[in-house]
Design a protein around this ligand. Structure first.
Ligand SMILES: NC(=O)c1ccc[n+]([C@@H]2O[C@H](COP(=O)([O-])OP(=O)(O)OC[C@H]3O[C@@H](n4cnc5c(N)ncnc54)[C@H](O)[C@@H]3O)[C@@H](O)[C@H]2O)c1
Length: 285
């Protein structure tokens, strides 16, 4: 039986009866979003790699929103033909789409920046090409439909401050940031356009990407990330804190990273022994 819908956000794209497509929707942040949207009375289409987890997620969502309001599509977002098929099936099922969340991603690091080419390709294909595919396939329709709509791309702080250890992931997420900024700019320059783009930047979140067996105290749950996203949907940069990292710490880290260039410091000076003390002092303000 369908749950009584409660409004999840004042944004009209989230109105009851609208449709959200969420990639990486079988786990973690994507699944938390799908659950929240389904509880708010939206139709929900989750896309993820094929397997039992996807079907399990579909069943869980159907228990919230009702069978007829939920679709689960086996989709590899790195293949644009599969993303086109995803759109075709979402439109066939529900007629239109008002929220697209390009969120699918993988995390396990490649080796050094100059090693493990195959792994590099896999990370870039899922985490960057997958988002490019989502934008290419869905945004033209959203613009043409000219109704309130949202494109939410999941980035990462790693795409902004680039901590050492997973170069491929950082490169992919820096690309997602650059792409989403361009999409937002171009959309606001389409006369009368009611579609906006947003960069969701989760902090440390306990999901399928985490290696820990239980939630570390410093991490947020995926539900906290989605609560924060919905509360800040008017922002372009939806920069989430977590239980360890405050907004102020993020601002200082981002400022320090930008200052590397302006002050002509070595790359990633935050992790350079000569700058360790200066960074700590800067962080404390
Ligand atoms: N967990 C964190 O701390 C954190 C922090 C910042 C950003 N993120 C980002 O959040 C997003 C969601 O990740 P999560 O933490 O919920 O992890 P998760 O592993 O729980 O969920 C990611 C989902 O994406 C799916 N996926 C991976 N590659 C895919 C592909 N090619 N096609 C379709 N689906 C694919 C996975 O199967 C999985 O279900 C990712 O983009 C991730 O980079 C996570």
């Amino acid at each position: 039986m369908m749950a009584a819908a409660s409004p999840i956000s004042l944004h009209r794209a989230f109105s009851e009866g609208q449709t959200a497509v969420i990639t990486g929707g079988a786990s973690g942040i994507g699944l938390a979003a799908a659950k929240r949207f389904a509880a708010g009375g939206l139709n929900v289409v989750i896309a993820d790699l094929p397997g039992e987890r996807l079907e399990q997620a579909r069943r869980g969502l159907a228990a919230i929103g009702g069978d007829s309001a939920v679709r689960a599509m086996a989709t590899d977002v790195s293949d644009i033909a599969q993303v086109q098929q995803l759109k075709a099936e979402a439109l066939a099922a529900f007629g239109s789409v008002s929220v697209v969340m390009n969120n699918a991603g993988i995390g396990r690091p490649a080796g050094r920046a100059w090693q493990d080419y195959e792994r590099w390709r896999k990370i870039l294909d899922s985490n960057l090409i997958g988002v490019i595919n989502g934008v290419q396939v869905f945004v033209p329709d959203l613009v043409a439909r000219n109704q309130p709509a949202l494109v939410i791309n999941t980035g990462s702080k790693q795409g902004i401050t680039s901590p050492p250890g997973n170069a491929a992931y950082n490169v992919a997420k820096a690309g997602v940031k650059a792409l989403t900024e361009q999409v937002a700019h171009e959309l606001r320059n389409v006369p009368g356009c009611q579609v906006t783009a947003h960069l969701l930047v989760p902090g440390s979140t306990y999901t399928g990407l985490s290696s820990a067996k239980e939630k570390p105290p410093g991490s947020w749950t995926p539900e906290q990330v989605i609560d924060y996203m919905l509360a800040h949907i008017g922002d372009f940069y939806i920069l989430c804190p977590d239980n360890d990292v405050t907004r102020q710490m993020d601002e200082r880290r981002i400022q320090w990273a930008a200052d590397d260039l302006i002050m002509n410091r070595p790359a990633l000076s935050r992790w350079h022994p000569d700058f360790k003390d200066a960074f700590q002092k800067f962080l404390k303000g």
